[in-house]
Design a protein around this ligand. Sequence first.
Ligand SMILES: C[S@@+](CC[C@H](N)C(=O)[O-])C[C@H]1O[C@@H](n2cnc3c(N)ncnc32)[C@H](O)[C@@H]1O
Length: 219
Amino acid sequence: MTKGNETKITDELYAYMLAHNPPLDAVQRELVETTYARLPDHAGMQSAEEQGPLLAFLVRLTGARHIVEVGTFTGFSALAMAQALPAGGRLIACDISEEWTAYGREAWAKAGVADRIELRIAPALDTLRAMPAEPHIDFAYLDADKGNYIAYWEELVPRMRQGGVITTDNVLFHGGVTDPRATGGAAAIQEFNNHVSADPRMDSVMLTVSDGLTLSRKR
Ligand SMILES: C[S@@+](CC[C@H](N)C(=O)[O-])C[C@H]1O[C@@H](n2cnc3c(N)ncnc32)[C@H](O)[C@@H]1O
């Protein structure tokens, strides 16, 4: 086997990387800090800081106009993606928590992108299944309950336009994916990763960004 990435990401290197990325704007920064201050027990769910500019970059790169997010929490990733949409673009944000997404609603309004984001509070599987069956989604971000990842994938893939991209978070599950005795979320992600890498409808690459990110493009 060839060797993998030999650069260990120390705190110093991580700070260096952030310093060479586009900085978060004032609304993004306030949202990240408010999430940590008000929801300290849950803030670890927020997408990592470098994922905001990365998602925005991918939205611009793909020219996406119609985005679906599965798992919104306090709205950081939705904010970054919505800000990168062209005029007339739409983002459908799926979550089950009114409480957590309320922080997002406030930030989206402050950033002037609330009119581009439609928040649907319901189990995401119901929201996805109610969407038109034909391909119409340009970009999707999958970042919710891990046990449903394969079900979300199966609802998303047929609805993706040719060339559309699904970005999936937490595909390394804090390292748990290499444990042969994995249970719970780690086992669900193992199954998901096997499912994705064997799916002939999509080209996929797994990246070691943050907790692992897979980019999948519809053939
Ligand atoms: C990891 S967090 C999302 C983080 C978000 N992308 C961000 O950048 O801040 C996962 C979210 O999935 C939501 N969730 C869990 N189960 C769900 C379900 N069945 N349907 C929709 N959302 C769900 C949770 O309420 C939580 O807000």
